[in-house]
Design a protein around this ligand. Structure first.
Ligand code: FNR
Length: 388
């Protein structure tokens, strides 16, 4: 962690370290449609707020006279060793935030030895990302096309390009009711930009050519975007039995993202899934839903010994990460804060934002008397049912 802190010292000026200020700075410097899109959430944003409040209900019990140097933040997930218990959450169309886009975020992750997750809705293609950011572990997030030929093409490309883990997002089968996008007609602004995974796919190109009498995505980006989005946002057509189709086309680990109920967590185990992400998509999909931290302990109790439980939504500080790990998550996905960093200062900003959260985690572990991630157990926390 010394390395992390040394690296961070050189990066500190590029983004504010206070989680409220980094958002404020992003608002000042990012394109308005990008800022609105990244901060937006469903409905009156009650679930997004609840994600934050839930962290406030848990407090860490400090320890003293317990030497913790050197501390070790590394973890093993699905047979791969990573530098910290954190993963970059899949976030679509990062060209909305900075020209460095997914390439910049992936380079930042490589510098921290944490996985970068490429979204199906990315503005950088599957092979293109690996060519431009060859270092560092990569995971691939799937919005699940019902057409099996298209599914197989995408998964084969991701596998051939060395992506280690498949994250299947299950709460994205429709766009959430997001006033910040609906009222400003924001969504159409990015039609045509955030679809490189599809636009570069040979099966999608063939399908689009058939639909458009010989057209290419480059010639008609709007029509191609609509066609792509319609294919990967498949409504409620899939059910649990269709997971076998994923298994047929993906031989590596599969993680289901968007699990919030014990029943669904048990189903994921029953269907042989390697992991789950307890996530509500940062409150962007369904408002009025439970905060992720509120359901994490019951899900860990039910399935934590039989599958790898990951966690996201609302993490902003090292203490937040500590709490999620102590409540049983094996690692967390960090989303908006890294994108604020990207928006403020490109690759260096994404690195500073992510490194800052990990350095904060490192210090918090030290104050709590923990030397390694496996030391983070539930007895280190107290639940205090009021918020400050
Ligand atoms: C997302 N998220 C997301 N998830 C996914 O599986 N595929 C995607 O393409 C996207 N795109 C996306 C865009 C934006 C602008 C946001 C904010 C989020 C959800 C993401 O992976 C993660 O679950 C949330 O970001 C977690 O919430 P916080 O911690 O960022 O508030």
């Amino acid at each position: 962690q010394q390395v992390l802190l040394e690296g961070l010292r050189g990066q500190l000026p590029v983004v504010p370290t206070d989680p409220r200020k980094i958002q404020g700075k992003a608002k000042q410097v990012m394109p308005k449609n990008g800022y609105d899109y990244i901060t937006g959430a469903a409905g009156e944003e009650a679930t997004k707020e609840a994600n934050r409040l839930a962290f406030r209900q848990w407090r860490i019990v400090p320890r003293v006279l317990t030497p913790t140097t050197p501390r070790n933040l590394s973890v093993t997930l699905f047979g791969h060793r990573y530098g910290a218990p954190a993963i970059m959450a899949p976030i679509g169309d990062q060209s909305l935030y900075h020209p460095d886009k997914e390439v910049g975020t992936a380079i930042a992750c490589a510098n921290l030895s944490v996985p970068f997750t490429l979204s199906t809705a990315a503005s950088t293609g599957i092979e293109e990302l690996v060519a431009k950011a060859p270092r560092g572990p990569k995971w691939f997030q799937l919005y699940w096309p019902f057409n099996e030929e298209l599914l197989a093409s995408i998964l084969n490309r991701a596998h051939a390009s060395g992506y280690q883990v498949l994250v299947v997002t299950l709460d994205g089968w429709a766009g959430g009711w997001r006033p910040s996008d609906l009222d400003t007609a924001n969504a159409p602004n990015f039609l045509g930009q955030g679809n490189e995974v599809g636009f570069q796919d040979p099966v999608f190109r063939k399908m689009f050519a058939e639909e458009s009498e010989g057209g290419t995505p480059e010639n008609d980006t709007i029509a191609a975007s609509v066609s792509w989005i319609t294919k990967v946002i498949s409504g409620t057509s899939q059910d649990w039995s269709h997971l076998r189709i994923l298994r047929k086309h993906w031989k590596g680990p599969i993680v289901l993202k968007g699990i919030l109920s014990v029943q669904d967590a048990r189903m994921a185990v029953r269907y042989g899934m390697d992991g789950i992400v307890v996530s509500n998509h940062g409150g962007r999909q369904m408002d009025g839903g439970v905060a992720t931290l509120d359901v994490l302990p019951e899900i860990v109790d039910a399935v934590g010994k039989r599958t790898t439980v990951l966690f996201d939504s609302g993490l902003r500080t090292g203490a937040d990460v500590f709490k999620a790990l102590a409540l049983g998550a094996k690692a967390v996905l960090v989303g908006r804060p890294v994108v604020y960093g990207l928006g403020i200062n490109g690759t260096a900003g994404a690195l500073a934002a992510f490194a800052g959260i990990l350095a904060d985690l490192d210090i918090t572990m030290g104050f709590a008397g923990a030397k390694r991630v496996s030391d983070l157990t539930r007895d280190r926390l107290r639940r205090i049912p009021y918020s400050v």
